[in-house]
Design a protein around this ligand. Sequence first.
Ligand code: PMP
Length: 414
Amino acid sequence: MRIFEEMESEVRGYIRSFPAVFDVARGSEMYDVHGNRYIDFFAGAGSLNYGHNNPAIRDALIEYLQRDGIVHGLDKATVAKQAFLTKFRDTILAPRNLEYKVQFTGPTGTNAVETALKLARMVKGRSNVIAFTNAYHGLSMGSLAVTGNSFYRDESYGVRANSAFVPFDGYLGSGFDSMAYLRRLLSDQSSGVDLPAAIIVETVQGEGGIHVARDAWLRQLADICHEFDILLIIDDIQMGNGRTGTFFSFERAGITPDMVTVSKSIGTGLPMSLLLMRPELDQWKPGEHTGTFRGNNLAFIAATKALSYWDTPDFAAGIADKGKLFEQGLTAIVEKYSQTQGRLRGVGMVWGIDFADPGLAGSISEECFKRGLIIETAGANGQVLKFLPALTISEELIAEGLTMIDAAIGAVLK
Ligand code: PMP
């Protein structure tokens, strides 16, 4: 590990939580240089929903490279991009009656968020954007302004936090009606809140600690946006690509956002981010918002292959079944260790146990790692143990991982 400490910036993060040098990985198992095996319940922070080195995806990439397929072509038309757009339209958008134009925004999720914020402001001619407490949308200047976590914000950055962070659903307890509060902010001139161009929201806060917005709350939010002529941006970077059980996380609420940010697992681990926008919002002038890496052709090949999982309803059914295994297993663990007062939250294949105690959550994560299980913490203070396995994980590995968590908590509490 010495070279990393010597050379890599102090900002390095996950390397600290998982101190091993990893070498190979298959599906939901990773191996370090000493051949130690780890079950992966983290899946690259949700960027490996189809698993590590998924054989079908890997083979498609090898075949493409062997025939000298174009790896980097700026944003020129390529066969790989054509195949992706066609597959995305036919397999994902059309069956859901969604009509979006696709903008390739760059390698990482933050690029999509920045693009959405910029476009919303341009289209509406207004600069304010409302976000939610505890939200995570990225750490670059624009996205940081809508990230509701003060840990990431130093005054010296010169980034003014957004003018209003509305409490996320349930964040202040069920007694607080955050939609009534939002309506009041928008309609009462004395609130000092300028009419926003957009409201940006996650349907489930991932980094924020697995807070699941209720369907009715999301519908109310969509109604308010409609009523006040505000664009609704769903940030589906972590919760999209099937994580919550459907391809888009907003499908369960039956809402149609004006814009959707997509990244992480869309590229199956290769860098790629997209902005989906209602066609009439595509008011960019040619070249107005561009850059060098606007669509990685290897990511297009991988993504096109991965989207085949959505050709039939079987994949979604599998997510629901495996999600239930997690829910049952984690419920049993929370009940067994009731003295920790852990609270389970989640949906589909994203779960979190909130221990209210960052020290306890951190110790459990550490103990899990020692036993060969990769599991991260989340939440404003890292107080939530977060479960984000690949959607392709086997039932056997789920069971094995759950047993390890049980043992790890037992060891920590001893
Ligand atoms: N939005 C959400 C909801 C995210 O979870 C993340 C990443 N955790 C981002 C934006 C930023 O994406 P990236 O780290 O790829 O820039």
